[in-house]
Ligand binder design. Sequence first.
Ligand code: ADP
Ligand code: TYD
Length: 211
Amino acid sequence: MSEAFAAKGLFISFEGIDGSGKSTQARLLADHLRAHGRDVVLTREPGGSPGAEEIRALVLQGEPDRWSAETELLLFTAARRDHLERTIRPALAAGKVVICDRFADSTRMYQGLSRGDLRQAVDDLHTLMIGVEPDLTILIDMDPAKGLSRALARKTVEERFEDFGEELQAKMRAGFLALATEFADRFTVIDGGRSIDDVAKDVINTVTFRT
Ligand code: ADP
Ligand code: TYD
């Protein structure tokens, strides 16, 4: 990795449907970069700061119709703003690598597409309140049925979105692939339907190639 990146930090996000292997791959990438001497902050959304973790419980637990799409968009954006102020910006300013399990592309998909077309509102709010994109976004692409069965096998209380079912997963998969085309300069798509090790090799190659 070049000194230039070491000095200004590097912001990497993982995106994809539930159960696609984002958390697993984010952790393996963090281990790899730390073994190579990089200072890494591994974080996630919704969450990643104490306040945003509190909002996480509000949006991920309870009935699927607990919030309207608009209210949900405001909650996710509030959580992201806190995460950005308290965790992401300070880490990047200190020259660290930030690896984030989901970021604004998840809002473009889940709040922007899942219940009507709110994409413009998502983008407007993002411009107003967030204003940054990752340097690199790794999309772990995955068959929706397989992703959902992996996600539900975890049996956590955070199943509000998984309760929307396979149809939503399929819509999100197609949406993420479209987003990868829209933001082709920062997205890399990796096939998540393989072994953990095979996926991890592609992730590491992508990051090494980009840095
Ligand atoms: P996500 O963060 O995208 O929801 P996780 O990394 O939590 O996905 O993985 C969901 C489940 O699938 C976990 O139990 C994990 O151990 C398992 N898993 C992750 N990647 C693979 C893979 N490539 N092959 C098989 N199982 C996997
Ligand atoms: P996450 O914990 O990453 O779930 P998983 O490990 O199952 O992929 O995210 C929880 C849910 O939150 C997920 O279903 C997607 C949703 N989500 C949004 O709807 N909008 C957002 O902006 C983010 C970051 C997540």
